[in-house]
Design a protein around this ligand. Sequence first.
Ligand code: NAG
Length: 176
Amino acid sequence: MKFFGSFVMFLLFLNGFATAQTLIQDSCKKIAAKDPQIKYNFCVQSLTSDPQSKAATTVEGLLLASTKNAASKMINVKGIVVNILKNKQASKGIEGPLKDCVELYTDAIGSLNDALASAKSGDYSSANVNLSAALDAPNTCETGFKEGKHLKSPVTNENNILFQKIVIPLAFSNIV
Ligand SMILES: *[C@@H]1O[C@H](CO)[C@@H](O)[C@H](O)[C@H]1NC(C)=O
């Protein structure tokens, strides 16, 4: 009996695990099919490695978790740029675009926070507007380096990741 109880618990655990995995994979498949900007493998990997996304049981839950995840990545990248600006050697000649990026990130973090609040209250169209606004930040940051002098951005990779991290909740806000 004891064994049976443990076995049932084990099956329930496996089932719960499988459900969560399926939700992430199904949802990523769905949004990747609709939007060529979304990379299926990145989507699955990004959501699976985030405990809150992994624990989500609905697309609404994935929307909230992936918005939070995008915001924390944005805060992280902003910190990287702030640190580069503090380093006179690393920021030489690119102070202007770096400062613009910090400003863009600051506004975009505000947009992501607004998106989260809207999504929590079930206002998905407002969340969509705020997520769209936030999505522009990484590309506009990159453009700042290319304009005129064709300077090299030290955060191209981070901006690519950031774009992918924001386009995921944006796509979820369209299907909830
Ligand atoms: C978020 O969107 C709402 C309208 O949908 C707007 O009023 C608000 O200013 C936006 N927030 C940010 C930070 O852009």
